[in-house]
Design a protein. Structure first.
Length: 251
């Protein structure tokens, strides 16, 4: 989270360039949405029992275990005057196209025949939610995506589960907040047999093609590494910040 924040801040500076980052979690970790109530939907005291962090984007909690996470950032003018929904659809297109290339039926929930009345509000568990721009693969929700934007930047990241750690989710979320196991999926469940490197290559190639950007390997500068380490220690590793987030601790 600290690295994502540092990279996002670079977009607001003169010459800020789009970035695309792919990473995994070690150890597995529970992330809370930016404004999420840290109590609702989770078993009492669970945040003291497992690694946890507060994301810079909204939405419900995600248990990041066997997954690939992406983050994307653009200067605010990159998509012209596009509104939030159209920008979200443009960005998520690289995911939809990747799943189609693998031979699966992939589309946004809004295009699946589900009526608008079925789309609900934010749920304590991200995977339990059903929103218009959730991506359905073979009829089931695959992962989750969230966006944050202001007058300087557009930042988006998402979770791509390679497999679902269902026992851990059952231990984390109260029964009423649990995703419906029949309505969510993972790459393993879908029959993906490629490597993580193959997946990263396919995602990168489709992002480059769909958005018309050239992706070049890069690393953090020494200054960015230093700032990210400081943010990790003073903010993202701070229990009070994890509970409070961008607002206040809710009861």
């Amino acid at each position: 989270m600290a690295v994502d924040e540092v990279l996002t801040e670079s977009l607001a500076r003169p010459g800020g360039r789009p970035f695309f980052r792919l990473y995994a979690w070690e150890p597995a970790c529970l992330s809370l949405g930016r404004f999420q109530n840290p109590i609702a939907g989770l078993y009492d005291g669970i945040l003291e029992q497992v690694p946890s962090v507060r994301r810079p984007t909204g939405g419900g909690a995600i248990w990041h275990a066997d997954e690939l996470t992406y983050s994307l950032g653009f200067p605010s003018g990159f998509f012209g005057n596009s509104d939030v929904k159209s920008t979200y659809e443009k960005i998520c297109g690289f995911l939809v196209e990747t799943w189609k290339e693998l031979g699966w039926v992939a589309l946004f929930a809004k295009d699946s025949g589900i009526t608008g009345q079925a789309f609900g509000s934010v749920t304590p568990a991200c995977f339990a939610g059903k929103e218009a721009y959730d991506i359905l693969v073979e009829g089931k929700k695959l992962g989750g995506n969230a966006q944050r934007r202001d007058r300087h930047i557009i930042f988006q990241h998402g979770s791509i589960p390679l497999s679902l750690d269902w026992p851990s989710m059952v231990a984390l979320f109260l029964p009423a907040a649990l995703p419906n196991v029949q309505q969510i999926t993972s790459l393993l469940d879908l029959g993906y047999v490629g490597s993580r490197a193959d997946l990263q290559s396919a995602l990168s190639n489709n992002l480059s093609r769909i958005l018309g950007i050239d992706l070049e390997p890069d690393t953090l500068t020494p200054h960015e590494v230093s700032v990210a380490k400081e943010r990790e220690q003073l903010k993202f590793s701070d229990r009070d910040w994890t509970l409070r987030g961008a607002g206040h601790l809710r009861s």
